[in-house]
Design a protein around this ligand. Structure first.
Ligand code: BTN
Length: 325
């Protein structure tokens, strides 16, 4: 027997305790079966309070994404999120968007998943994407006849959109070059923009966004505690994923429009204002070794300008930034 009858019974009595005995009587199942169903519901993200003799009380339900709620949250957008695919589980939302793009899906197609079984990070790394605990989504962008060289600009634009959206929820986020969103020096969100080109022009780009929403410290391996965080950990609050997806896509649509009308310069200014990298001493790990210096500015192509101790200015196109060093 499924758990729906039990959960319906608890939902009919909001905030009230129902004893295990009463549940067992009303559902015509044994006390052990009640206990097993409660355990199963806990695994699915339902939270209960239990008290001797009084029974169980439902505290909170899992934050499930729904197509209807997402469409509602994105109703104000003209193009981004005009088509939404919501999946319970997928290898990677990047793969799914790529498949849809090859079938001719329009600009602004969004794929959101509750879980990714092979989420991808930058530089071939895995991206941990457990069910229901974060926002794992990819957005299809079809820029109009743009050279591949603008791909880093799309990455920076996406970082600005996410950072501004997160800040709307009262979380003091900043951007570490090129595209990590940090809170209290720890990573809250990763962005992976992949572009598919033909004859040096972008056919389409896929902006992948992974935001850790309700991960708790116990969900994160101990060695990552100093470098990884979630909205739940950093703010102590539960942030509703649908609302945050809506905020990210709204920001993204506004910025993308600004970008198509006015180019990268205004986006670069917004990025600079949110940056935690500029003006700091940093160390960058590149394929050719480590370089240290002062991060001075963002170049128009999205590269980072680094003033080395020798007085030389280096242009950095990719690498892992460590603040300080
Ligand atoms: C990083 O390494 O910082 C980038 C992480 C990007 C993760 C997101 S989650 C949604 C989308 N699908 C993926 O497989 N990766 C991106």
């Amino acid at each position: 027997m499924g758990t729906s009858e039990l959960i319906n019974m608890l939902l009919e009595h909001p905030g009230q305790y129902i004893s295990g005995e009463e549940m067992s009587r009303r559902l015509s199942i044994s006390r052990t079966a009640v206990w097993k169903q409660i355990a199963k519901l806990r695994e699915q993200g339902y939270e209960f309070e239990s008290a001797p003799r009084r029974g169980y009380r439902l505290i909170s339900q899992p934050d499930r994404l729904s197509q209807t709620a997402l469409l509602h949250a994105l109703a104000g957008n003209q193009s981004l999120g005009s088509r939404i695919k919501l999946l319970t589980s997928v290898t990677s939302t990047q793969e799914e968007v790529r498949r849809l793009a090859e079938e001719g899906a329009p600009h602004g197609t969004l794929v959101v998943a509750e879980e990714q079984t092979a989420g991808r990070g930058r530089q071939g790394r895995r991206w941990y994407s457990p069910p229901g605990k974060g926002i794992w989504m990819s957005l299809l962008l079809r820029p109009d006849r743009q050279p591949v060289s603008i791909a880093p600009q799309l990455t920076l634009l996406t970082a600005v959109a996410v950072c501004r959206a997160v800040r709307k929820f009262g979380v003091d986020a900043g951007i570490k070059w090129p595209n990590d969103i940090l809170v209290d020096g720890r990573k809250l969100c990763g962005i992976l923009v992949e572009s598919i080109a033909e004859d040096e022009l972008i056919r389409y780009a896929i902006a992948g966004i992974g935001i850790d929403v309700s991960l708790q410290l116990e969900d994160i391996p101990q060695e990552l505690h100093p470098v990884v965080t979630s909205l739940q950990i950093s703010s102590g609050r539960r942030v509703e994923r649908t609302a945050l997806i809506g905020a990210v896509l709204t920001e993204m649509e506004q910025l993308y429009q600004l970008y198509t009308e006015k180019g990268f310069v205004p986006i670069a200014h917004l990025w600079e204002a949110l940056s935690v990298t500029l003006g700091r001493r940093i160390t960058i790990r590149t394929p050719d070794g480590e370089i240290s210096g002062q991060a001075t500015a963002l170049a128009e192509n999205g590269a980072l300008l680094l003033l080395e101790d020798s007085g030389n200015t280096r242009t950095i196109f990719s690498g892992e930034v460590q603040l300080g060093g």
